[in-house]
Design a binder for this molecule. Structure first.
Ligand code: ZN
Length: 156
């Protein structure tokens, strides 16, 4: 059934059980099916559930944020970095657009800065404890925009 908007609460843990993210105390996360708003391995499982269902879903890295790619480690001259006090852990957007990749500084030498463009969850198997709290047909406006609107969706 295409064009549903599904809202869910989640707790995200890594393979050793550490909590990486959670919607606890926030609005549920909403997405429209088939629009790549959430990772594919999670969407596939959520589409099989119905409102009120709770499930623990483990998504292998390949179905989540992919494997780490060493080609996404780039070294740039320190003079190209806008911040004079650049340090390990600093984050830079790779462009102006909203979904530009984020680069994290992983090494700093006198002349060079190493930036890691891998998603911070790349290479990880992820476990989501989910609860479906809403499921409805998308509106024609949502379908034309290709994303969920409303209370906990996207707003313009
Ligand atoms: Zn919209």
């Amino acid at each position: 059934m295409p064009g549903r908007v599904i809202s869910f609460h989640y707790k995200l843990t890594n393979a050793s059980g550490a909590v990486l993210d959670s919607s606890e105390g926030r609005q549920a996360l909403s997405f429209m099916e088939g629009t790549d708003q959430i990772i594919p391995g999670l969407e596939k499982e959520l589409l099989l559930l119905k409102k009120g269902d709770k499930k623990k879903i483990t998504v292998p890295a390949d179905q989540a944020y992919g494997q780490r790619d060493e080609a996404r480690l780039v070294k740039v001259p320190r003079s190209k970095i806008p911040s004079p006090n650049v340090k390990i852990g600093d984050r830079f957007a790779g462009g102006q657009e909203a979904h530009a990749p984020v680069f994290v500084v992983t090494a700093v030498t006198e002349n060079e800065v190493t930036l890691d463009g891998n998603h911070e969850l790349a290479g990880m198997d992820l476990t989501f404890d989910v609860e479906i709290v809403g499921m409805r047909q998308a509106t024609s406006e949502e379908i034309s925009h290709g994303h969920a609107h409303g209370e906990s969706g996207h707003s313009h």
